[in-house]
Design a protein around this ligand. Sequence first.
Ligand code: A2P
Length: 335
Amino acid sequence: MKQYNFAIVGATGMVGRTFIKVLEEMDLPINKIYFMASKRSAGKTITFNNNDYIVEELTKASFDKNIDIALFSAGGATSLEYSPIAASKGVVVIDNSSAFRMDDLVPLVVPEVNPKDILKHQGIIANPNCSTIQAMVVLKPLHDKYTIKRVVYSTYQAVSGAGMGGYKDLEEGLKGNPPEKFPHPIAGNCIPHIDVFTENGYTKEEIKMINETRKILHEPNLAVTATAVRVPVFDSHSESINIEFEKPFNIDDVKKTITNAPGIIVQDDPFNNIYPLALEAAGKNETFVGRIRRDESVKNGINIWVVADNIRKGAATNTIQIAEKLIAYWNEEGK
Ligand code: A2P
C-alpha cells in the first residue's frame, strides 16, 4: 500500500497529543511525519510509534517539504494564516478549528455521515465542532428514515473542550483557586456560556451547532436550536437531544436504527442504571447513545442522551477518520 507524508500542526496541544495517540492506534499508511507547534515548543521531543521526533516551529516555509496531509489543531488564527499556505503547496489540510467550517468551498465532514463531501475539497477539509460531530452520527440515520423536522440541543460540555487552560481551571478550581480560562469558577458550577456571545443572545458555540448541523446534513433550512453549557467534567461531552420527525415511528425501530448505525454504541437499560456516562466514554472513539424514549408532548418526537469523548470523536478521531477516508479515495483514484 502506498504511504503518505503527514504533518501535525499544534502537536503539543490537547488535540495534537490525541492525534498522536489515535494515529498510533489506527495504523494509517504513514511514511514521514512532522510535528509542528509554536516557537515556544520548538526543540521539544515527541515520541510516536517508539521513535523520537523534534518539534519544529510552524513557519511559512514549513510546507516546502513533501507533505500530503496536514492535521491542524492550533487555533483559528493559526489555521487562517497557515492552511492556505499549506494548500497552495499541494498539502491537503484537515483543520480542527472553526476558521473554514462554513466556507462554501470547504467540505465539513463526519465520515459516517457525509464522506463523499471530501471529494469536493480544494485543499482544505474542515473537522466540525465537537458537539456537532457526536450529534451527527445519530441524527443522520434517523433523518434518512424518519425525516427530521426540528432539533433542540442542550449540551453538558467538558472542560477539555477549552484546551489545556480549561483542564487547568477545573483542576485548580477543585483546590479552591480562581479561574483563568473561564469567566466564572467551573468547579461546582455550570456555565451557560461557551465561546463568545453574539447580538441575538446565542453564543458562537450554539450557532456553530445550528449551522454545522444544516451543512453536514445538507438541509440548509432545518429547524435547529441549541443551549451549550460548560460543566465540571474533565472529558466527554454529554448532550440531551430532542428531535421531532415528519414521519411517525415505532420506538423499537428507532432503537434498532440507532443500534445499527456506524460508530455508535447503544447503552439503554435504565432500570439497570445503564445509560451513557462521560467517565465511561472518555478515551473511546465511539459515540454512546441511551435514554431513547418518545417525547410525549409532540406527535412524532423523541429524546435521547448522547455522550462522546470530545477530544477523540469530537476532534482527533474524526479528523484522522477523514484522513483515512481521503486516503481510501486516493487509492481508488490511483494517487
Ligand atoms: P505550543 O504548545 O507551542 O503553544 P491547546 O489548545 O491544547 O492549548 O493547544 C494549542 C496548540 O496549538 C499547541 O500545540 C500550541 O503550540 C499550538 N499553537 C498555538 N499558537 C500557535 C502558533 N502561532 N503557531 C503554531 N502553533 C501554535
